[in-house]
Ligand binder design. Structure first.
Ligand SMILES: Nc1ncnc2c1ncn2[C@@H]1O[C@H](COP(=O)(O)OS(=O)(=O)O)[C@@H](OP(=O)(O)O)[C@H]1O
Ligand SMILES: [Mg+2]
Ligand SMILES: [Mg+2]
Ligand SMILES: [Mg+2]
Length: 391
């Protein structure tokens, strides 16, 4: 009975080899029910993780090329006045194309930040041509997808492959093709952030951080610019977090900081003051007795740096009314949790990625290690209450 049950699920589950022996040799005479057995199977997303790493590294290559020679005409403004560049579109097209190539026989669902709406306006022909050229050059330099040249229509179709709404059922890729576009335009930090949701839970995440030094950025990261840069973080549920160089060195396992004394903890926050209330994090840091000044870095690079212990706390406290999108946190959150950290909203609830494009949550995102979380949460709660009563 057990074997029959496994046959049924094999097409959708990848069972780790060590579990196959468990299947064929039941340990007791008592037959386990099918449902009990299925719930004890450890899902493996090795194939999906390998594809995600490859896609994100490819997109990083395109972004690096554009960042070196960014033209003013490469940057446009979206309806919410946030910037988008040819590299955001090119990165999204590449990841969408690569994932569809890797899994041609599986239903494809991608929730991604960009769409081609702005590229259908008058006067955008040159921009589309440039994006298509960048995508084709990157695919040709990689060589692994054996494609003839993609047309503008192919590229626009790949970008719009990211229009899924996500949700609590089935599998959905989640992509921020460039997280921290403002940082990217400034010549600073940014990340390509790709995650996979399965039944509403993040099961793997990849963060390509082309400008992050391989060595720790604890302290003043601007001064570590002589180090080799370009990190790829990746995590799979239950399997830990690893980092390797974007150039392809062997992965090393990473762990969040073990700091227990808040006075010794350093904290990360958004570079852009419009994205997070710097005054509120400064109040929280004072309450905790944190001595080091805040380290302000763009994008989910903060999650990556935190996962390897460069800092101990990440505080994200957006201004009233802002709604967080899942692509800004899905990859980063699993990279930190698999490295031993905790990610919650400011009320201590875990983040829920199953509600569509937005995180339906209480304001603020708080990230730290297990030891510091209770004292950090207390300081956050008190500071929020003080702020509310002063209004
Ligand atoms: N008003 C406001 N409040 C909060 N967050 C906002 C806001 N506006 C934008 N965003 C989102 O922030 C993403 C960049 O992440 P960070 O805030 O960590 O980066 S930064 O340090 O401020 O550059 C950024 O991601 P990208 O658009 O992918 O760059 C946005 O999704
Ligand atoms: Mg954006
Ligand atoms: Mg983003
Ligand atoms: Mg983005």
């Amino acid at each position: 009975m057990t074997v029959a049950c496994v046959r049924t699920i094999t097409p959708v589950l990848h069972i780790k080899p060590q579990l196959i022996s468990l299947v064929s040799k039941p340990k007791t005479k008592t037959q386990q029910s099918c449902s009990v057995f299925v719930s004890s199977v450890v899902m493996s997303y090795d194939k999906e993780l390998a594809a995600a790493k490859k896609a994100a590294a490819l997109a990083a290559r395109l972004c690096q090329k554009v960042q070196k020679t960014l033209l003013q005409s490469d940057v446009q403004s979206k309806n919410d006045r946030s910037p988008v560049t040819v590299a955001d579109y090119g990165s999204q097209a590449l990841v969408s194309f690569a994932l569809q190539r890797e899994f041609p026989y599986e239903p494809f669902s991608l929730v991604a930040e960009e769409d081609s709406k702005h590229l259908h306006k008058d006067g955008t022909q040159e921009t589309i041509d440039r994006i298509t050229r960048l995508v084709n050059e990157t695919l040709a330099s990689d060589g692994s997808y054996n494609v003839s040249t993609l047309s503008n229509e192919d590229v626009l179709r790949a970008i719009d492959g990211g229009k899924s709404e996500g949700g609590s059922q089935g599998r959905h890729w989640v992509l921020d093709p460039i997280d921290g576009t403002k940082g990217f335009v400034r010549g600073d930090q940014y990340a390509i952030a790709l995650a996979l949701l399965d039944e509403g839970k993040v099961v793997l995440g990849v963060l390509a951080c082309p400008n992050l030094p391989l060595a720790s950025i604890a302290g003043d990261y601007k001064h570590s610019s002589e180090n080799e840069v370009g990190c790829l973080f990746f995590a799979q549920v239950g399997a830990g977090t690893y980092m390797q160089s974007l150039n392809g060195s062997s992965p090393v396992k990473v762990q969040v900081s073990a700091v227990e004394n808040p006075e010794e903890a350093s904290f990360f926050e958004s570079y852009e003051a419009a994205h997070s209330m710097h005054d509120l994090s400064s109040t929280i840091a004072k309450k905790l007795g944190v001595k080091a000044p805040p380290v302000r870095i763009d994008s989910q690079v903060k999650y990556g740096a935190l996962s390897r212990g460069d800092g101990a706390i990440y505080l994200r406290l957006p201004h009233k009314g802002y709604r967080e999108k899942i692509w800004d946190h899905a990859a980063g959150s699993i990279v930190v949790t698999e490295a031993g950290g905790i990610v919650t909203d400011a009320a201590g609830n875990p983040l829920d990625f199953s509600k569509g494009k937005y995180l339906d949550m209480y304001v603020g995102i708080i990230v730290t290690n297990q030891k510091l979380m209770p004292v950090l949460m207390k300081a956050v709660r008190e500071s929020l209450e003080e702020k509310a009563s002063s209004l």
